[in-house]
Design a protein around this ligand. Sequence first.
Ligand SMILES: CC(C)(COP(=O)(O)OP(=O)(O)OC[C@H]1O[C@@H](n2cnc3c(N)ncnc32)[C@H](O)[C@@H]1OP(=O)(O)O)[C@@H](O)C(=O)NCCC(=O)NCCS
Length: 152
Amino acid sequence: MEELWIRPMKVEDIDEVLKIERLCFSTPWSREAFRAEIEGNHCARYLVAELGGLVVGFGGMWIILDEAHITNIGVHPHYRGRGIGEAIMRGLIETASRLKVEGMTLEVRVSNVIAQNLYKKLGFVSVGVRKGYYSDNGEDALIMWRNKYTKV
Ligand SMILES: CC(C)(COP(=O)(O)OP(=O)(O)OC[C@H]1O[C@@H](n2cnc3c(N)ncnc32)[C@H](O)[C@@H]1OP(=O)(O)O)[C@@H](O)C(=O)NCCC(=O)NCCS
């Protein structure tokens, strides 16, 4: 079994991350956006999942004061359903916990039941809806929240 390694994202990872990003999202982030996050945004924390030397997933968040806002998470379609998304999320939760974050939040498409299941499994609960949040199709976003006392 190849070992799964969750580690901070580096600029050299961006090529692989972009491939995954494009397979995951209808409005993918650009190379410049990822570079700016890693090199220029002191609030940002990004992780990658590496399996057998290959980047197979990533996720990130902004930490603003005592709150973490998950910005994105994606796993290469060939590697889904093997616990990698969960490992990335647990990595983000641990990072936030080390930084004394009180709560974590994220938005997810109301149709994205798979991601919602992942977040619920890790203690996120729905707290509201942002109407028409997604500009590509006008879909609503579910707002989810997790506090630091949640144990999973
Ligand atoms: C959401 C995503 C990151 C999950 O990654 P993954 O590595 O496949 O997920 P895992 O194997 O770690 O599964 C963790 C949990 O997610 C949920 N889940 C995963 N695949 C699922 C499926 N096909 N159906 C229902 N729930 C599912 C389950 O709760 C699962 O826990 P379980 O195995 O105990 O049932 C992945 O599907 C993905 O990259 N999707 C496209 C990008 C995206 O939607 N990102 C989220 C934007 S808000």
